[in-house]
Write a protein that binds this ligand. Structure first.
Ligand code: GLN
Length: 184
C-alpha cells in the first residue's frame, strides 16, 4: 500500500487512544471509529481491550452487529484481550456471543481476578495482562508467542489475537503493532 493505512480502533469502550502513538510510529493513521460511515475508510481494525460484555451491549444497542461482521470478514483484524473474546469462535466462563472470526476458544478471566493482573515480557517487550482471557484452543492458528506455557498471541490469515495489552508500553511501536501493520 502506498498511502498511509487507516487503522480503525473500535471506540465503543476500552483502551482506544493508547494505540495512537504505536500506529503513527509505523506510518499508519489512527482513527477511533464507531459508526458505519467511519468504517468505510478503515483498512484494518483493532478491537481494543476493555470489557467484552459492555462492548457486546453497545454493539446491540447501536445495531452494529451485522455491519461489523461484514467489516471484520473483509479486512484484517486484531483483537486485544476483550477484543480477542469478541473475535473467538468459542467463549467460555461463561459462554457469550462472538463474531467467530478467528478459530480459537477463550476462557474469560482465565488468570483469576483483578489482583492477578500483571506486567510481563512477551517477545522481550513489557505488556499488560489485565483480567485477561486464556486461549484454551488455538490448534488451527500460528502461535506467535506463549506465556506460562499458554498461547497468548495467535494468528490465522489476516486475523490476529493477543490476550495482553501491548499499547500500555509507551515505547512505541510495539512488535505486535508492527506485525499488524505489516499484514495490511
Ligand atoms: N475480562 C475482560 C472481559 O472478559 C477483558 C479484560 C481486558 O480486555 N483487559 O471482557
Amino acid at each position: 500500500m502506498t498511502t498511509r493505512p487507516v487503522i480503525g480502533v473500535l471506540a465503543l469502550q476500552g483502551a482506544v487512544d493508547l494505540h495512537k502513538p504505536h500506529i503513527e510510529a509505523l506510518g499508519g493513521e489512527f482513527r477511533a471509529v464507531k459508526t458505519p460511515a467511519q468504517f468505510k475508510d478503515v483498512d484494518g481494525y483493532i478491537l481494543p481491550g476493555g470489557e467484552s460484555t459492555t462492548m457486546l451491549k453497545l454493539i446491540e444497542t447501536f445495531d452494529l452487529w451485522d455491519v461489523l461482521a461484514d467489516e471484520f470478514a473483509s479486512k484484517p483484524v486484531w483483537g486485544i484481550c476483550a477484543g480477542s473474546i469478541l473475535l473467538a469462535t468459542h467463549v467460555t466462563n461463561p459462554a457469550q456471543k462472538s463474531f467467530a472470526r478467528l478459530p480459537i476458544t477463550v476462557q474469560r478471566n482465565g488468570y483469576g481476578r483483578q489482583l492477578d493482573s500483571h506486567i510481563s515480557k512477551v517477545c522481550d517487550y513489557d505488556v499488560s495482562f489485565i483480567r485477561a482471557p486464556v486461549i484454551t484452543d488455538a490448534a488451527q492458528c500460528a502461535i506467535l508467542a506463549s506465556h506460562e506455557g499458554q498461547p497468548v498471541w495467535v494468528q490465522q490469515g489476516n486475523a490476529m489475537a493477543s490476550t495482553f495489552h501491548p499499547e500500555t508500553n509507551l515505547s512505541a511501536p510495539s512488535p505486535m503493532h508492527k506485525r499488524f501493520l505489516d499484514l495490511i
